[in-house]
Design a binder for this molecule. Structure first.
Ligand code: C2E
Ligand code: SIN
Ligand code: SIN
Ligand code: FE
Ligand code: FE
Length: 367
């Protein structure tokens, strides 16, 4: 292949490989391009894993089982030395090669020609690319080795980038999962103190998510809304037991302390970057459409949408359950109350949409 063609090929491959940050996709592209470039029969890519082992990542024409079989031993030795020393190997004809002398397996398999090159980005050894051919008509030469080595240099950068991105995504997912477990613990702690509201948190979280989806709120906002619902009363941590668990009605003074819970919630969550986008519900779930709510007396659409959505679900669920200070209301009375409070406590069109949603059978989202 003339130098200019090689340059053009490498340029094209560099663009192709770097078009994706998905590691499996990049590995598949690399594998196919290497096999095509030297017309190999089969091949594979192995990467060093965190545990220090080399693992099989993508293959053509063979599988892990083949590599594990005794007759593949010769090639396994080659692979390990390439990965260890970072130097490429070409055997033009295994039958003639001194290193493979007296290996019955070479005869049995008719192994002819293999190329194994390191995948190295800067000084980091990432793994190897291996290709081989068993027919005499497709033996590799020094030019093939150079070409595969050049492709490997380009591929290594793309593979390294995709691996770093994968790791980053994985640790972000791990971190999110750890955070959510913590949040569920907090929500549970509040329910234990306020124990008549047991199950309320889970129900309003599920129902708020369903309602928001019904209203076609952007999918990206749903996670924040769901976390906000889960933590809506986290500020009750700051309210004393005597008030939180009082069997009868609250005095005006007690009511003042109770009404501090959205502000306590704000203070708890505001410093946590992960929860900042979820703060509207804990902070604003007791605001009312007509401006008579607390803590700020916000009015109409000045109340964040997440809180306008959530407060309907919260009151609907609260009234449907027994509380320390009263029995559960029957369903019809709850719905009548929501209608009556339309335009006072609640956004009118949202009340309508909520009642509409309750009257239709729950649709399950496909996965
Ligand atoms: P919660 O019991 O979960 O009630 C949440 C919200 O649902 C209330 O917010 C209110 O908007 C509505 N709601 C609940 N029960 C009733 C009811 O019997 N009648 C009407 N009209 N609305 C109801 P609100 O009023 O800001 O209260 C916040 C929290 O303060 C309540 O959560 C509860 O923990 C506490 N609380 C409110 N009133 C009393 C009371 O009379 N006695 C006691 N011990 N706690 C109360
Ligand atoms: C609750 O929703 O469990 C209590 C009402 C509130 O203060 O948010
Ligand atoms: C909304 O709060 O987003 C709807 C406004 C309304 O109910 O009128
Ligand atoms: Fe509340
Ligand atoms: Fe609630």
């Amino acid at each position: 292949m003339p130098d200019t063609d090689r340059l053009a090929l490498l340029l094209r491959l560099s663009q192709t490989f770097n078009s994706s940050l998905n590691l499996d996709e990049v590995l598949n592209l690399v594998m196919d391009e290497v096999i095509a470039a030297v017309r190999a029969e089969r091949g594979f890519v192995m990467l060093n894993d965190a545990g220090g082992g080399l693992s099989f990542r993508v293959a053509r024409g063979m599988d892990q089982k083949t590599i594990d079989e005794p007759h593949f031993q010769v090639s396994r030795g080659a692979i390990e030395s390439v990965n260890r020393d970072g130097l490429p190997i070409l055997t033009m004809d295994a039958l003639q090669d001194e290193r493979f002398k007296e290996r019955a397996s070479v005869m049995v398999l008719g192994l002819r020609s293999l190329i194994c090159v390191p995948l190295k980005n800067k000084e980091r050894q990432l793994g190897i690319i291996y290709v081989d051919s068993r027919t005499r008509s497709s033996q590799f030469n020094a030019t093939d080795l150079e070409l595969v080595s050049a492709i490997a240099s380009t591929a290594a950068i793309a593979i390294d980038n995709a691996s770093l991105f994968n790791d980053l995504q994985q640790s972000k997912e791990d971190l999110d999962a750890a955070y959510i477990t913590t949040l569920e613990g907090w929500a549970r702690a509040i329910e234990l103190r306020d124990h008549e509201t047991e199950g309320h948190t889970r129900r309003v979280t599920e129902m708020t998510t369903r309602f928001a989806r019904h209203l076609q709120v952007a999918e990206a906002d749903l996670a924040h809304i769901s976390r906000g619902a889960l933590l809506h009363d986290i500020g009750k941590m700051g309210v004393s037991d005597a008030i939180l668990r009082k069997p009868g009605p609250l005095t005006a003074e007690e009511r003042v302390e109770m009404e501090m819970h959205p502000g306590f919630g704000f203070d708890m969550l505001a410093p946590i970057a992960f929860l900042k986008p979820a703060i509207d519900i804990p902070f604003c779930h007791h605001e009312k459409w007509d401006g008579s709510g607390y803590p700020r007396g916000l009015k109409g659409e000045d109340i964040p949408l997440a809180a306008r959505i959530f407060c309907i679900v919260d009151v609907w669920d609260a009234l449907s359950q027994d509380r320390y200070y009263r029995k559960a209301w029957p369903r019809e009375q709850v719905l009548a109350f929501l209608r009556e409070q339309s335009g006072l406590h609640f956004a009118p069109r949202l009340v309508e949409a909520f009642i509409g949603m309750l009257s239709e059978p729950e649709r399950h989202n496909p996965a």
